[in-house]
Write a protein of this length. Structure first.
Length: 311
């Protein structure tokens, strides 16, 4: 039988390059993971995967754009747990994380570290606590907007410390880290994707990790949990999505390409070096991602509402 136009388009897909939308600025953690998987995914699919940065409003601008994009498989999307937290931070979003997308699979879990600029007078968490208590809103903290994990981490930190700092939004933690390195901002809670080398050579101060165990790459940095912020845990999971309605055969090809990319030795090494956990194979699936998203919406919603937004 002859294939209809639609079926033919699905069978031949992809016949041109694919856009991978990133909801934050270039040079940041989400962008890095996107560029890391874009190359092997493109190789697996026989077409180039082009990263397109659509920053702003903590990732919700990109999510809106992707939700409205044509479901032809040429727009795909990588986002982190902001997909689950944004609903609790915005009164009304023009998309619904549970119904506006198709789910390709989970990607990786990234730890975070509370960082300070090099010449901040505090040298450890205790001193930071005293410094913050003494200086209050004179202390500045960078974030990438409501829906960004840097904002979530900063929000939880300020709530637990009982302080309100001056929060400064950026288009991503890439530009925020640049300002931290330049001394223009005091604090930033960022993922380890880019930050380990800067912590190791002292270009930024590390006050604590958001993990329950210390990170092997920076074993001298205590966890926030062990320094008094009991249970302070944020692990940043990522997922790959498409607009709702992309045909199943295309989703299957995307899933196979994502799996292949995550199994590539280069990708594994790069993630390991940053102490990023690759998710188990069962989670690199539509069900794995969608179930996790659902769980996380229910976990973070009440936490965020209780913590109150500082800005
Ligand atoms: C980024 O890629 O810039 C970050 O993931 C932003 C954030 O969520 O903190």
């Amino acid at each position: 039988a002859l294939l209809s136009g639609n079926a033919l388009a699905q069978k031949d897909w992809p016949t041109k390059s694919i856009n991978l939308v990133v909801p934050f600025a270039a040079g940041g953690p989400t962008d890095s993971i996107a560029r890391l998987i874009a190359v092997p995914m493109g190789q697996a699919l026989g077409q180039t995967v082009v990263v397109e940065n659509v920053p702003g409003a903590g990732g919700t601008i990109a999510s809106t754009k992707v939700a409205r994009a044509a479901p032809d498989g040429y727009t795909i999307y990588i986002h982190h747990m902001g997909m689950a937290t944004a609903q609790a931070l915005y009164d009304k979003l023009p998309y619904d994380p549970m119904t506006s997308f198709e789910y390709v699979g989970q990607v990786a879990d990234v730890p975070m570290v509370l960082l300070g600029k090099k010449d901040l007078p505090a040298n450890n968490f205790k001193e930071l606590e005293a410094y913050i208590k003494a200086n209050g809103s004179k202390v500045t903290m960078a974030n990438a907007g409501p829906g960004a994990v840097s904002q979530l981490c900063g929000l939880l930190f300020q709530s637990r410390m009982g302080v309100k700092l001056t929060n400064i939004p950026y288009k991503g933690t890439g530009p925020a880290l640049t300002d931290l390195l330049g001394g223009q901002v005091d604090l930033l809670c960022d993922q380890t994707t880019q930050t380990i080398p800067y912590i190791k050579d002292g270009r930024v101060k590390a006050f604590g990790t958001t993990t329950m165990k210390r990170l092997p790459a920076i074993p001298n940095v205590p966890t926030l949990n062990e320094q008094g912020l009991k249970g302070f845990e944020v692990k940043v999971w990522h997922g790959v999505y498409t607009p709702k309605g992309v045909p199943q055969p295309i989703l299957d090809k995307l899933n196979a390409a994502l799996k292949k990319a995550l199994n590539s030795p280069d990708v594994k090494k790069r993630l390991e070096d940053a102490n990023i956990d690759i998710v188990p194979a069962s989670k690199v699936s539509a069900k794995g991602l969608k179930d996790h998203l659902d769980t996380e919406i229910n976990v973070w919603g009440p936490v965020i509402r209780k913590a109150n937004i500082p800005d």
